[in-house]
Design a binder for this molecule. Sequence first.
Ligand code: B12
Length: 336
Amino acid sequence: MTTQPPAGTPSATELDGEAVPRLGWPVGVVSERLGIAAPTLRSWDRRHGLGPSLRTSGNHRRYTELDIRRVRLMARLTAQGVPAQSAADSVLAMDAAAVLEQLDPDREPGAAVAQGGAGEALGPHDHPAALVEAIVAAARALDPRTMAQLYRQVMRRSDVGRAWVEVFAPALRRVGELWQEGRLGVQSEHLTSELLQSELRAVVRANRLRVAGSPVVLAGAGDEQHHLPLLALEAELARNGVASLFLGPRVPAEALVSTLRESHPRAVFLWASLPRQRAEPLWGQLAAVDWPLQVVVGGPGWSEDIEVAGGWVTVTRVADFSTAVRTLLSGGGLSR
Ligand code: B12
């Protein structure tokens, strides 16, 4: 789009075929270009620090192209219900590349969702990357209401597996990064994960009557406390009519083995976010299993080359969510 600066603005240069005033755009032009009222733009600047980086000598606001992109992202987040201050904090924490990435509607994950079939087509305001950013902003602001709304919005638009892969897992990873960099408190991480747990469990509850047959046992490895991927798996398996025995985190190894012996599951899935030792003590204990048991392991904690010596137990390491689901769904044929 080409917008000519109104008379009286500083002289323009050509950039990517677009006329850009040397000193940036005045608020009226930005307002017209984005369809956002000028008083709103001024208030975002005054109250939330999200405004132009330049001023004329007469102290008039002048927006650069990057400032305008930030305003567009701010508008998108607030339209999704993110409170203005947390939206502004989030947008201001991004560098130019991150802002562009958030705004570009043609990024890969978005295209996948839009073509996915099951969900509604996504509009520019509910692109996965924007939803991830909105969830992270709600986490920073410790705003459970907005966060729950965003989770619901994601669940309404796609099935739980796609929601996990395209929005929830990226949001968790981003929250983890920000926590590691000291830019977000651990309380935000807890809130993000606690609310997500209830959404994922709601999917399991909704499918309770559909599930049948030999279950998949879901557990954390050793002392592992991260168990959201197990909940996401339980939800997706339930949606596919497959039962789970959800043992969750920190189940003692003896209890796990005795559960396997009693329940003869179609498979067992073990999650590890934290690094596991190469000589996994559990493999020795699984020697007590005397039927073909499929053990599927996932998460960055497992080494690539897991060794299991002989016996009835087959261990498969899976790298991503959909491979895990596929492997577990097909596991039924192996166990009986
Ligand atoms: C939520 C969270 C917590 C919550 C957990 C709540 C819960 N009920 O699960 C709480 C607050 C309790 C917590 C605690 C801790 N946490 Co924590 N946590 C996270 C966070 C943000 C998300 C965890 C998660 O669900 N990850 C799963 C997905 C979203 O992430 P991923 O594994 O990286 O995904 C990759 C693959 O695994 C794959 N994938 C994604 N989903 C799925 C699903 C399946 C089935 C498969 C097969 C693959 C797959 O795709 C991704 C691309 O490669 C992560 C950040 C992160 N990146 O994981 C930190 C993170 C895992 N935590 C971390 C740490 C350090 C801890 C603590 C040790 C902190 C402490 N000092 O107490 C404790 C752990 C205590 C323990 N013994 O377990 C670090 C681990 C670093 C490391 N490698 O050692 C991380 C990576 C944060 C960070 N960036 O530093 N945590």
